[in-house]
Design a protein around this ligand. Structure first.
Ligand code: H79
Length: 437
């Protein structure tokens, strides 16, 4: 029993299904971490700071007054909402979630509640959230906002649990919440009507009582989807594994893995440790095979540009989805019992850095009457499984425009589909198995 009942406590299962419908269909979204941390871009006093780019203030123990000096240097004149949203759309992403305020406390929109914001503290006299919200909706994408409610390193009291290194951070957490976080949440909800609110790092400071004050506000937006990171014991709508894929997904729960393309969320000029298109696509498919969404991050620079290696990979995924999207959007998890391979955390990638490398050969997704087998390794002669709890009636390759029938043999759970000599895609050729249900 929460101090204030949330929408998830009061709605019917059918209402919940209707509210979550677009999100469950979507499968793939763009996370955007953008803020004044893009100005130092991973360097403080001439030295690289390890840790994520958006954490530089904390990791470098930068005093509040010094950190605030990045704001007047933030003038991202090359920012173009049409370019960003078009990239998300070309990538096959169905929604965008952008940082309205990260742990550094800087608001990326003109806030009346607090002057540390893009309109009052930078020379950039535009509202990127307005431009992105409008453009996303013009192009048919959903629009979500990240808001760091539990940590704010530049607001007195806001750094209560997230580290403390400057007297200017002294203060009371409840005071911070009442004078900054809640007023700003009111502003962003009323101004941009986000489809998603993405909270983060729920600390013990987010007591059930304080969290419930935010829930009262969220309840005024009955279509809103919000994650499990508010605090105070509120489960929200979505599980949020960060930088990993749970081996079994979360059965019966909506879930979304958020992940970086390189090793940082906020832009770092010296992080070129980009995952390959193949690994990113394997992640998308692996997540879909377990019924989750993939919220893949980009970290635009201080000019307002999404780094080219990130854009390039997203475009390549989009080209694959143009042909094979049917096997991802709106699908259900694999019908096969076995996960068929796993991840190796001990392997090193080409740079010699540890990397969570997918080592499996295939994954499956499904829809009524169809199973989609994603073949990342092309088997010689045939695709075979021993535990097929399906009744196959036919098969073809999704990327084959003629859907030429392939020979299917099934004896009990032993299923065999004869394949042509070569795959149709250099990364993932999708075998469609038609089924009787
Ligand atoms: O917004 C992104 C991260 O900045 C945020 N969540 C995602 C979506 C996040 N905040 N905290 N954490 C994730 C987990 C905290 C990790 C930490 Fe650290 C380990 C904090 C201190 C040590 C990582 C490494 C950050 C700084 C050093």
């Amino acid at each position: 029993p929460h101090p204030v009942a949330a929408i998830q406590d009061t709605e019917t299962p059918a209402q919940r299904d209707a509210r979550m419908a677009w999100w469950r269909e979507a499968r793939f979204g763009m996370f955007i971490h953008w803020g004044i941390y893009a100005v130092p871009a991973g360097f403080w006093q001439g030295k690289p700071v390890d840790d994520a780019g958006e954490w530089i203030m904390n990791a470098g123990k930068i005093p509040v007054a010094d950190y605030k000096k990045f704001a007047p240097q933030f003038n991202p004149t090359q920012f173009d909402a049409h370019t960003w949203v078009s990239l998300a759309k070309a990538a096959g992403m169905k929604y965008i979630v952008i940082t309205s305020k990260h742990h550094d406390g800087f608001a990326m929109y003109p806030s009346k509640a607090n002057p540390f914001n893009i309109a009052d503290a930078t020379p950039f006299k535009r509202d990127p959230l307005r431009e992105l919200a409008d453009e996303a909706r013009r192009q048919g994408l959903k629009f979500g906002l990240y808001y760091s409610q539990a940590q704010d390193w530049t607001a007195p009291g806001g750094a209560a649990m997230g580290g403390h290194w400057d007297k200017a951070q002294d203060g009371d957490f409840a005071h911070y919440l009442h004078t900054k976080a809640i007023p700003q949440l009111k502003e962003i909800l009323a101004t941009y009507h986000p489809d998603v609110l993405w909270f983060d790092t729920p600390t013990a400071a987010m007591t059930p009582q304080l969290s419930s004050e935010i829930v009262s506000l969220l309840n005024q937006y009955p279509q809103l989807i919000w994650n499990n990171r508010l605090g105070g014991g509120y489960p929200g709508d979505t599980e949020t594994p960060e930088q990993h894929i749970p081996p079994q997904g979360f059965s019966g729960k909506d879930w979304e893995t958020c992940m970086t393309i390189n090793d940082t969320w906020g832009y770092k000029s010296n992080d070129t440790h980009f995952k390959s298109t193949k690994v990113l696509l394997q992640n998308l498919v692996d997540i879909a095979s377990k019924g989750g969404n993939y919220l893949l991050n980009v970290g635009p620079d201080a000019h307002g540009v999404i780094p080219a290696p990130e854009a390039e990979r997203l475009q390549q995924i989009g080209h694959w989805l143009d042909v094979n999207g049917e096997s991802i959007y709106g699908t259900s998890p694999t019908p096969f019992a076995d996960a068929h391979g796993s991840f190796s955390s001990s392997e090193k990638d080409q740079d010699g850095k540890p990397r969570w490398i997918p080592v499996w050969d295939w994954r499956a997704t499904s829809k009524p009457g169809k199973v989609y087998v994603h073949l990342f390794q092309w088997p010689s002669k045939s695709f075979h499984v021993d535990d097929a709890d399906i009744q196959a009636t036919g098969a073809y390759l999704l990327a084959d425009p003629h859907h030429t029938p392939l020979k299917v043999t099934q004896h009990g759970k032993q299923l065999d589909v004869q394949l042509p000599a070569k795959p149709l895609d250099s990364i993932d050729t999708v075998l469609v198995i038609q089924t009787k249900s």
